[in-house]
Ligand binder design. Structure first.
Ligand code: HEM
Ligand code: HEM
Length: 225
């Protein structure tokens, strides 16, 4: 029996920009921390704050496949998905699969924690996060320690994520191309009606968060450069 393959839009522009933008910024954040370029470390972190803020909101008011309610499934659904995968192997899905959804939540949560702990962090020489002075010294040192440890956890989860992506690619599910183009080729029976939110809405969110972040976090650093 021949399967009818159709081209389906799965990822919108904001979700794709968030993913690849975050990847570049995380690379830059690691590099700037390693080389002691702390002004740039902070500027990159605040750029990520804008992207992350947009993505978190987009998880509630964005396109269907970006919504947390679309990809955070019940444990029963995860169990059924695992059973199905055990019997029939990996199959393509629209948006994140039930296990992938939990990985996405874990990655976004850890990156958010990294950003928040950074706000309280200190290198005990020149750099203090903007909220450093709001907590006791011991707490700030503990949050700095967490900032360093949590990054290792991000690296471990990201490695598992990339490995899982690799396994999907090996099984013929072209998910990397889809994260670039937004489109997937799928059997027509998987096609489902999806609502895609307007890019203008995302641009407005980025602008509003951007103005606040630039004003309160970035300008004080730029003035010191
Ligand atoms: C070369 C490295 C990477 C590749 C090739 C890659 C690839 C992908 C792909 C293909 C997806 C879509 C998965 C699906 O179809 O369900 C995805 C989603 C995602 N990836 Fe990655 N990824 C990489 C690195 C990372 C890193 C370093 C992080 C974060 C630490 C990350 C976080 C995420 C998140 C949060 C999503 C969900 C996107 C969203 O819904 O906003 N990825 N990635
Ligand atoms: C998601 C955003 C962030 C990422 C991915 C990130 C990443 C990192 C990494 C990889 C390190 C080095 C850890 C180590 O030495 O083992 C580091 C250190 C540090 N980060 Fe961040 N950071 C982020 C946000 C921030 C923010 C907003 C600040 C605010 C000032 C900040 C301040 C610092 C400080 C003070 C250190 C310690 C440097 C030292 O002791 O040498 N980070 N960060």
């Amino acid at each position: 029996m021949t399967q009818n393959i159709v081209k389906v839009k799965v990822w919108d522009v904001p979700t794709r920009l968030f993913h690849w933008g975050m990847l570049c910024l995380l690379g830059g954040l690691w590099w700037t921390a390693e080389s002691g370029e702390m002004e740039w470390h902070q500027l990159l972190a605040y750029s990520l704050m804008i992207l992350l803020g947009m993505r978190l909101l987009w998880g509630f008011i964005g396109s269907d496949t970006a919504k947390f309610s679309h990809f955070v499934r019940s444990p029963k659904t995860v169990f059924n998905y695992l059973q199905k995968t055990k019997q029939h192997g990996i199959s393509a899905s629209i948006g994140h699969n039930p296990i992938g959804g939990y990985m996405v939540v874990a990655l976004i949560s850890l990156v958010t924690l990294q950003l928040v702990t950074g706000l309280f962090a200190t290198d005990e020489i020149f750099t203090e996060g903007p909220l450093y002075a709001t907590v006791k010294d011991d707490t700030a040192l503990w949050l700095t320690w967490l900032h360093k440890q949590n990054f290792d956890l991000i690296l471990i989860l990201a490695a598992i994520h990339v490995l899982a992506v690799g396994v999907h690619m090996f099984k013929g599910d072209k998910i990397i191309a889809a994260m670039f183009s937004g489109y997937k080729r799928l059997p027509s029976e998987l096609e489902q009606p999806l609502v895609f939110a307007s890019v203008v809405k995302a641009a407005i969110i980025v602008m509003v968060i951007g103005v606040l972040v630039v004003n309160y976090f970035m300008l004080p650093i730029i003035e010191m450069l």
